[in-house]
Design a protein around this ligand. Structure first.
Ligand code: MET
Length: 505
């Protein structure tokens, strides 16, 4: 017989690991720019509404699914499907596929951050960090598929892949949990020092004003709401298998909702803190240039972390230390999320194909690493990354959330059972309001937003990129996930999942 299912040591290990997953590049690299672009201070309203109406409810749903049905996403959706489990399993594989795709580019950004951590010591980017990034470091060429590898990008990327495979192969307790228990406190300290330092820079207050001054008109724009919901899903690591997988390693009698509140609160606090730190720093930059923040370029996404920040670090007293703290934080935050994302893929493959917890990460990691290296260590990596991120997050994850909620609550009608399961041991009880949010409000809102987003992308394209390119890397990503879901569902289970994760309990 196969060994029993792996477990966290206890609640603390789980909470640290769940925070490790939630607090990631999304908090530092994505949130500040998204908030700024979508109404600044006014963005906090859709953000908080998204948190309460969909973020927390779906976080609890993911916990309940993983914990009750005790498996990776495909196992969970097969089990909950009962007689139609052969079909519902595909939803689990769809989530695995999204996690797989995100893992490919997520690693690339961690690799860049690792390079920039080293570059911080001697401010390697020189006087023009923008051209340093695109011309010298990434050596960006026209959109396309290049086979010219860039060694400076390739080497850290390989390093990140080896590290993540090693952590996963060491197992849930000795690998994932241990990595998080060490990295998360370190991240907390480093980031706090960074933010406090930023607040004492000249111009910091102007930066905060730029971030928090509300543009109320933005609230009437559906794309602002979509951005808020996408950000919450990505940031809490929900609706694409991560929390399902992580909660399946919890002990049988476990308090589910209370740790969920702790994790969500910590994540959102960290996110706001990142917004404050980043904008205080931008305020300083604007002050130095004798301009205002709205005149600055590159305060979102890749540009913010890898062009604007290096420029600021160069102008700052004690810049190298500040740079190390910033890029070191990115590496720690990113890595602890990356291990959760690869675990989704690894656990799914492990269970279906009867692999061991040691061999699965090696197989899955090797395949992912090769693809990731092919896509992102060549001269066309940056563009592919931007497009894949947009589609995976704004289409893939939201689509998955809609299908999960409709399937679980309307097709299979398992709402009361999951409510009961959540309440059995948890101290924070959920009830009718939870059911209403997760079963009615979330699917309705998300369906509408998905429709709007798809319409926009079809009619207006994205960032002036050529249509064929969006078809390949954007829509292609979604098509890839759907095909992967169908194909992986069609394979036979090497062993029944019930052998290694006993079911029914
Ligand atoms: N929650 C993570 C973040 O905010 C993303 C999911 S795990 C790759 O970056």
């Amino acid at each position: 017989a196969a060994p029993p299912r792996e477990q966290w040591t206890g609640q603390f290990g789980f909470i640290m690991s769940a925070i490790g997953s939630a607090v990631g590049l999304g908090n530092i690299w994505r949130f500040p720019g998204v908030a700024y672009e979508n109404g600044g201070g006014a963005f906090l309203i859709p953000y908080l509404i998204a948190l309460v109406t969909a973020g927390l409810p779906i976080l609890f749903l993911d916990y309940a699914l993983g914990h009750r049905f005790r498996g990776s996403a495909p196992t969970v959706f097969r089990r909950i499907g009962g007689r139609i489990g052969r079909f519902t399993e595909s939803l689990g594989w769809f989530q695995v596929a999204i996690a797989f795709v995100i893992g490919l580019y997520y690693t690339a950004i961690i690799g860049w951050a690792l390079s920039y951590f080293v570059f911080s010591f001697d401010l390697r980017w020189g006087d023009d960090p923008t051209s340093f990034l695109t011309d010298e470091y990434l050596q960006v060429s026209e959109p396309g598929l290049s086979t010219t590898f860039v060694p400076g990008v390739l080497i850290p990327l390989v390093f990140v892949w080896v590290a993540v495979i090693a952590v996963l192969a060491a197992g849930v307790k000795k690998g994932l949990e241990r990595a998080n228990v060490i990295a998360i406190p370190a991240l907390g300290v480093a980031f706090l020092v960074l933010v406090v330092r930023a607040l004492f820079l000249d111009g910091a207050v102007d930066g905060l004003n730029a971030l928090f001054t509300p543009n109320w008109a933005a609230l009437g724009d559906p794309s602002v709401w979509i951005a808020a919901y996408s950000q919450i899903f990505f940031s809490l690591s929900i609706a694409f298998g991560i929390m399902v997988t992580y909660s399946s390693y919890r002990k049988r009698r476990a308090n589910l909702t209370t740790p969920g509140l702790v994790v969500a609160f910590t994540n959102c606090s960290f996110e706001l803190l990142a917004g404050i730190g980043v904008f205080a720093t931008l305020g300083f930059f604007a002050f130095q240039q004798g301009t205002t923040i709205d005149q600055l370029d590159g305060i979102t996404g890749v540009g913010l972390s890898f062009m604007t920040f290096p420029a600021i670090v160069s102008q700052m007293p004690g810049g190298p230390l500040f740079g190390c703290l910033f890029f070191g934080s990115l590496v720690l935050a990113g890595f602890t999320s990356l291990i959760s994302i690869l675990q989704v893929v690894s656990a799914g493959v492990q269970e279906k194909f009867g692999l061991t917890s040691r061999s699965a990460p090696v197989v899955v990691g090797a395949v992912s690493a090769v693809l990731s290296i092919l896509l992102f260590s060549t001269t066309t990596g940056l563009l592919a990354l931007d497009v894949m991120d947009e589609w995976a997050n704004n289409i893939g994850i939201e689509f998955s959330a809609v299908v999960v909620t409709v399937l679980v609550f309307w097709v299979l009608r398992r709402g009361r059972e999951l409510e009961y399961h959540l309440n059995a041991v948890s101290t924070f009880k959920v009830g009718r309001i939870w059911l209403f949010f997760v079963a009615v409000l979330a699917p309705v809102l998300l369906t509408y937003m998905l429709y709007e987003r798809i319409k926009d992308l079809v009619l207006d394209g994205y960032s002036d990129m050529p249509g064929w390119y969006l078809a390949t890397f954007g829509w292609g990503t979604i098509v890839f996930c759907i095909i992967a879901a169908i194909v992986l569902t069609a394979f036979r289970w090497v062993r029944s999942p019930d052998e290694f994760t006993p079911w029914p309990p």
